[in-house]
Design a protein around this ligand. Structure first.
Ligand code: THU
Length: 143
């Protein structure tokens, strides 16, 4: 597939993120649920929700769950990410963007020009390049 992502694929990815938010997020502490859908270059889609743990420290964002699922399955070439979030059992009120920690982790594994789709509805999506979300990302190789 490489990284040419069609308008149809973007909308499908947005729907997948919204669905993942409803079915996979576990947010008993904050009541704020997030869904992520990570499209790999080979066409696979990795779905995740945020997972909160009592004691907070081990809690993890949806984006990193999706990314770590993919990497641990041997997948490390990515084409696009869709993310959505908001108060549990309510539709997203804003275009939820990845947090700073997720931006750094994504920048390690994904191409700097990869698009991140911040979803309110399948027809209301804000698109950002990863290196727009995290300019001057730290990297060991300075590439
Ligand atoms: N959260 C995410 O999963 N992704 C983000 O990009 C922002 C925040 C989660 C973390 C925490 O479980 C909840 O949303 C907010 O408290």
């Amino acid at each position: 597939m490489e990284r040419n992502v069609s308008a149809r694929q973007i909308q499908d990815l947005a729907k997948a993120a919204l669905q993942a938010r409803e079915t996979r997020a576990r947010a008993p502490i904050s009541g704020y649920t997030v869904g992520a859908a990570l499209l790999a270059q080979d066409g696979r889609v990795f779905l995740a929700g945020n997972i909160e743990c009592y004691g907070q420290t081990p809690s993890i964002c949806a984006e990193r769950v999706a990314l770590f699922k993919a990497v641990s399955e041997g997948c490390d070439r990515f084409a696009a990410l869709a993310v959505c979030g908001g108060e549990e059992n309510q539709p997203p009120q804003v275009h939820c963007t990845p947090c700073g920690i997720c931006r750094q982790v994504l920048s390690q594994f994904c191409p700097p020009d990869m698009m991140v789709y911040c979803v309110k509805t399948p027809d209301d999506i804000q698109a950002h390049r990863l290196d727009e979300l995290l300019p001057f990302a730290w990297s060991r190789t300075d590439t």
